[in-house]
Write a protein that binds this ligand. Structure first.
Ligand code: NAD
Length: 215
């Protein structure tokens, strides 16, 4: 397939390019803070850039009229309204975490949450590399949304950690910890590739990565 990346020279942009090239897909549209290079019209666009770029991404996707996969974090409630609006005409896949493991972890968190009562403490911790701008991570927010109460979130920004998330459930006598750790960005690019290989067959609509895994 012929695809484009918004945030092309970033850490994720380069990792996506690496894996997609290995799978025989052709990068024909590159957008970065320095400008855009269009070799051909892409069949789909992938955005892993910055929250600030989001309005520009929406404009580009509308102009190009192609499906969008977006992994950029820090999106606001009104950004999601814009995504829903876009998804009336085009397929859009959005996830704050494209790793398979985190999506399994989400299911486990929902399950454990059903078993524990108010007497249990629940806290979420996340660690990412020092360059990550948003805090707490989009994934920590997503995990927190699965739990029907306000809870503490802890964030560390350390060295080159790709992404670690931990959910602790504790009563006075015991602790149950669910933990996921990505040890390379391939944890995310594999999910982006899976999504890209399915998106051209989807009807217009807003999908999560979990929807793609369940297909
Ligand atoms: P990065 O800082 O390495 O890359 C961001 C890129 O965006 C840079 O190359 C920058 O030049 C580019 N950019 C800046 N202005 C731009 C503009 N106007 N138009 C197009 N591009 C522009 O960051 P990263 O580590 O690659 O992460 C990118 C995003 O993806 C972040 O929001 C991060 O949190 C998120 N992320 C999501 C997942 C997931 O699974 N959903 C996984 C990892 C990272």
């Amino acid at each position: 397939m012929k695809y484009g990346i918004i945030g092309y020279s970033g850490r994720m942009g380069q990792e996506i390019k690496r894996l997609f090239s290995e799978s025989g897909h052709e990068l024909v549209y590159k957008k970065d803070e320095d400008g855009v290079e269009v070799i051909e019209t892409p069949e789909l666009l992938i955005d892993f850039s910055l929250r600030e770029v989001f309005p520009e991404t929406i404009k580009i996707v509308k102009e190009q009229e192609v499906p969008l996969i977006i992994g950029t974090t820090g999106l606001t409630v009104s950004d999601f309204e814009m995504l829903k609006d876009l998804a009336e005409d085009l397929p859009v896949i959005q996830s704050f975490n494209f790793s398979i493991g985190i999506n399994i972890l989400s299911e486990l968190v929902k399950k454990v949450n059903q078993y524990v009562d108010e007497d249990w403490d629940i806290e979420i911790s996340e660690t990412h590399h020092r360059f990550k701008k948003d805090k707490p991570s989009g994934t920590a927010i997503m995990l927190g949304d699965l739990i029907d109460r306000d809870l503490e979130m802890h964030s560390k920004r350390l060295g080159s950690e790709f992404g670690e998330h931990e959910v602790d459930f504790a009563s006075t006598g015991e602790v149950l910890t669910l933990k996921h750790r990505a040890y390379s960005r391939e944890a995310f690019s594999r999910g982006v590739l899976m999504s890209a290989e399915k998106i051209l067959d989807l009807d217009a609509g807003l999908y999560s990565f979990k929807d793609i895994l369940n297909k």
